[in-house]
Unconditional design. Structure first.
Lengths: 633, 366
């Protein structure tokens, strides 16, 4: 090696280029230059290949990515359909509510402004902390709500001081409002904020701009119709998400308006009649099944639920012994009591166990052969000899113990089932209960016990295991009024497209019929019902007097309190919540009936005393106003 | 072929037509993209135009000096540069790293001087040594390269450090560094890579990791690479059209006027535009290589070859970074990226090529 023979100094500074090296160096350099060129060509090829892969082979993929970068879909929530009564009264409205929103980047000295704004609007405790948290989470150009549900004074105060608050803005939003409040609460229900459970059920994209959903009643049953179709805006955004321009817009389709079959006048009368009671009233139009009135009392103010009910109020309602949130008309289960007697009579006639003239003797009680238990008639002194019409008019229990024994539980179950007891009526409202119409199979299944003959007797007067809803009672009255036709009850008359005025009517649905061997048999049971209100001994004769129309009915009194054998207990001596329930079914007029009623007053003591007068009020109102109106219309 | 009169005029001015033409073409492309990338700012375009004129001035000025003069001054520039780097390390300014020297009327990066001073000095040093260079000669050259590189790495500015070391090593290579050295260097790099990994700053390490799998952290460090690839890929064959790039105009692209300006170009002009740009670069590169091949002095040859390949290195690294092929390092796209310092350096380099070409002692070819 040459370097170890010479000093470092000469190596570093000294030139030692030799002659002849020039030519050799040039050859080496040229080879290395070619190598460099080859490297450049190779690397350039790699570059172009990669660019081709990105720009040609995967162009579609990247163009999609760049589009999704650039465009955002913003939902535009549709306007919820309105709900009207049969007589055109607005029952569920969309009202503008006002919220104060702030765009932090547009505000000048936000902290000062937040101090000043308290002189204009009142802020709840913790509102500022919540606001500050939200501001931190969102972007500077996003608006953040400081306060929602501003009062009109606050809106006005802000409007006057607006110039002092740049970046502050009042935003109007549509909020559901129920003008008639509690009167329609159990029928219309209410909307509320969408919860987790509902999120799983709904098509999230269709609800992307919607905050509220129907929770109960018509609002829930007709959610799809009322909600409408969400529109959207396709907007171009930059990397920070700021909206630069609107590229495309698909308008939302507003929900359809729902017109109910219920009349506000009749509903008001029913609600007033039940005031101070716990109970329910359902009025049906027998020919169509249209619901004319639907009241469960006590009720609640549905407006409280729309923007979130306060915990205090909710616990108050939930824990109240009167259970205002409970929909008695749909879900209240009561022994139907004597109201089933007309249907029982029909069963007796149909199955050939009774002729209209056949009579039973009522000494005030009855005993099954070989048993000591006395089955009592409500009339302790007895009704004496009772035929079919009188058995209904005076509601003789012994006649029906007798008849039940002759029919047996199987045939009772068959006939009463056809009247709609023990099954869903198919009403277009959510949450309906079927009640209970006992049978041998049911008892074996539910209680693991055989059917005992004595139970047949008790169920023959609508006591024992039997349970029915007020809606089912009204339905039973309507079947009697229709002489057997069973129409499904419904509360929605038609759906109207608010924009096109296109109306889609709900066609009444015939669920079936109670077909008798001899259709003439209907008149015998109905005659008995006529005597209930018009006969000299009818249980509701006191309330039947002076009616300008002919109506029929049947009282019922459902025992809650078990009375020991051979003891008489007066209702007055029993605590109110243990007193008998008062029931009444009715329809009018006798021929071509227009209205059928089912009424229950909890602890109302007796059907004739409490429930029958309520029916009279409703019928009086109906024929004084609606009957006429229909004639005019 | 150029006409005799043109040749005379350009030669008399010590300029080279092909290099000048390629430079002007690339500068024009650069201003075109910059107008779009800057959000249609005339001000930015004018400022960059002025810098280009400044660069052209530097190019023409340096071409007036002969390679021999440049070789003589190179060590002085080198020493000046090292001193300035030491000054910067003490009083420098800059975001996150100390790179700038603020002289009141002008702010510049002393490390830029080294991009040219290092190869010139090494070439000057090797020019009269025995070939292949002996071990102590190589050792001295390496130390000469690594001193400024180390100072720049300390700033820290990995991109510039690479751009100093690469031309330095290329000079060694073209000066006839033995293949055993090249092989040993390759082995050393492979062995030192893990050590280098630990020596790297966290953000530098992250960039390497991100390159391997940008989707792993799509909103963090992978974001820039993903957005850049989207911009390039969505450009397709013919591009979205000038000023129509959504990735750049809607601010999805990072550093869109400087290091990532190629992504804007790809998005708006497509592969077709890329090929046009590559053709313009090829013109400059081919001429550079031609000058190297035709140079009569060892110094000129070596410098011309190393500067040409360094120029290519800039292009390759920048484009690779934009299309997700190499980690993100601060290497600008030559003559196109926004920014004055590297522009002036690059154009000065091209001026050196012109000097080598136009100061040949004319030998009548047979």
């Amino acid at each position: 090696m040459p370097w170890n023979r010479r000093s470092w100094w000469s190596i570093v500074l000294g030139g030692d280029r030799q002659f002849g090296a020039q030519k050799r160096d040039l050859g080496m350099f040229t080879r290395r230059l070619w190598l460099g060129i080859a490297a450049m060509v190779a690397l350039a090829t790699v570059l172009v290949a990669r660019l081709g892969w990105l720009q040609l082979a995967n162009h579609e993929h990247y163009i999609t990515l760049s589009q999704s970068n650039r465009l955002r879909l913003l939902p535009i929530p549709p306007t919820r359909g309105l709900i009207y009564s049969r007589d055109g009264v607005l029952l569920a409205d969309n009202r503008a509510s006002f919220a104060l929103e702030i765009v932090p980047e547009q505000a000048r000295d936000l902290e000062r402004a937040l101090l000043d704004i308290r002189k204009v609007i009142t802020l709840e405790e913790g509102a500022l902390e919540r606001f500050a948290k939200e501001v931190r989470q969102k972007r500077r150009f996003d608006n953040v709500t400081l306060k929602s549900n501003l009062s009109e004074e606050e809106v006005a105060m802000f409007a006057v001081n607006r110039h002092r608050f740049p970046g502050f803005e009042i935003k109007a939003r549509l909020t559901r409002y129920y003008p008639l409040g509690s009167q329609f609460a159990h029928l219309i229900g209410y909307v509320g904020r969408i919860n987790q459970e509902e999120l799983k059920r709904i098509d999230v994209s269709d609800y992307s701009g919607t905050t509220h959903i129907g929770k109960e009643g018509v609002e829930k049953a007709r959610e799809e119709t009322l909600h409408g179709k969400t529109g959207y805006q396709s907007v171009e955004v930059n990397a920070q998400g700021r909206i630069l321009r609107v590229v495309d817009r698909v308008a939302p389709v507003a929900g359809k308006d729902v017109h109910l079959t219920v009349d506000t006048g009749l509903q008001a009368v029913a609600a007033a009649a039940l005031a101070g009671h716990r109970g329910a009233i359902v009025a049906l139009e027998p020919a169509t099944g249209a619901v004319l009135a639907f009241v469960s009392n006590p009720a609640f103010d549905p407006n409280q639920f729309v923007n979130g009910i306060s915990t205090a109020l909710y616990s108050e309602w939930r824990d109240s012994p009167d259970r205002p949130l409970f929909n008695r008309a749909l879900q209240g289960l009561y022994p139907p009591g004597s109201t089933i007697k007309p249907a029982m009579a029909i069963a007796g006639l149909h199955f050939g166990q009774r002729q209209p003239g056949d009579s039973s003797y009522c000494p005030g009680w009855m005993r099954l052969p070989g048993h000591t238990h006395k089955y009592r008639c409500w009339q302790k002194t007895g009704h004496g000899t009772v035929d079919l019409a009188r058995s209904i008019a005076e509601s003789c229990d012994v006649y029906y113990y007798d008849l039940a024994r002759d029919l047996g539980i199987d045939r009772m179950h068959e006939m009463l089932g056809q009247f709609g007891l023990g099954g869903l009526t198919g009403i277009d409202l959510p949450g309906e209960l079927a009640g209970l119409l006992p049978s041998r199979e049911w008892k074996q299944r539910a209680r693991k016990l055989p059917w005992y003959p004595g139970e047949t007797l008790i169920n023959g007067i609508g006591q024992g295991f039997m349970l029915s809803t007020p809606l089912q009672l009204a339905q039973m009255a309507a079947v009697l009024a229709n002489r057997g036709e069973v129409m499904a009850p419904h509360v929605v008359a038609n759906l109207e497209d608010a924009a096109t005025r296109e109306v889609e009517s709900i066609v009444p649905f015939r669920r079936g019929a109670v077909t008798l061997k001899d259709p003439a048999q209907w008149k015998h049971a109905i005659e008995g019902m006529r005597q209930v209100v018009n006969g000299p001994t009818g249980t509701a004769r006191a309330t039947g007097k002076g009616a300008t129309y002919e109506y029929v009915g049947k009282t019922g009194t459902a025992q809650l309190f078990k009375i020991a054998q051979d003891r008489t207990v007066r209702n007055e001596d029993v605590a109110k919540h243990l007193r008998d329930h008062a029931l009444f079914i009715a329809f009018a007029p006798i021929n071509q009936p227009e209205i059928a009623l089912g009424i229950i007053v909890e602890n109302g003591e007796s059907g004739s005393k409490t429930a029958a007068p309520i029916a009279r009020q409703l019928l009086d109102y109906y024929f004084a106003t609606l009957g006429q109106r229909d004639a005019n219309g | 072929m150029q006409t005799a009169s043109e040749r005379d005029l350009l030669s008399r001015l010590h300029l080279d037509g092909a290099l000048l033409g390629g430079t002007v073409l690339l500068c024009a492309l650069g201003l075109l993209v910059l107008y779009s990338a800057s959000g249609e700012s005339t001000e930015v375009v004018l400022r960059q135009g002025l810098r280009m004129l400044l660069g052209l001035g530097a190019m023409c000025a340096i071409a007036q000096f002969s390679p021999a003069q440049l070789a003589r001054w190179a060590p002085m520039f080198y020493l000046l540069g090292v001193c300035l780097l030491l000054v910067v390390a003490v009083v420098g300014t800059g975001r996150g790293s100390q790179r700038w020297l603020d002289l009141g009327f002008i702010r510049f990066q002393p490390s830029e001087i080294m991009k040219l001073a290092v190869p010139l000095t090494v070439a000057w040093f090797l020019n009269d040594k025995l070939l292949p260079p002996s071990v102590p000669v190589v050792a001295v050259a390496l130390v000469g390269i690594l001193i400024p590189v180390g100072l720049v790495m300390e700033q820290p500015d990995l991109g510039t450090a690479i751009l100093i070391i690469v031309p330095g090593l290329l000079v060694l290579f073209f000066a006839g560094l033995g293949w055993r050295w090249v092989a040993a260097a390759a082995c050393a790099v492979a062995a030192l890579a893990p050590i280098g990994w630990y020596a790297m700053h966290d953000y530098q390490r992250q960039r390497v990791l991100t390159l391997l799998d940008p989707t792993q952290d799509p909103l963090g460090t992978g974001y820039h690479i993903i957005q850049s690839m989207i911009a390039v890929g969505s450009g397709g064959w013919s591009g979205k059209g000038w000023l129509n790039g959504t990735q750049s105009h809607l601010e999805f692209l990072p550093e869109r006027a400087t290091d990532f300006i190629f992504a804007v170009y790809c998005e708006e002009f497509g592969l077709l535009g890329v090929l046009v740009m590559l053709a313009a670069y090829s013109l400059v590169l081919a001429r550079g290589v031609q000058i190297a091949a035709g140079a009569q002095e060892g110094f000129g040859r070596i410098i011309a070859a190393s500067l040409s390949l360094t120029f290519f290195f800039y292009i390759f690294v920048n484009m690779s970074m934009v299309i997700g092929q190499l980690p993100v390092v601060g290497v600008p796209l030559p003559l196109v990226s926004y920014g004055g310092t590297s522009l002036v350096t690059l154009m000065t380099g091209l001026g050196i090529l012109m000097s080598i070409q136009t100061h040949r002692r004319f030998i009548v070819d047979s």
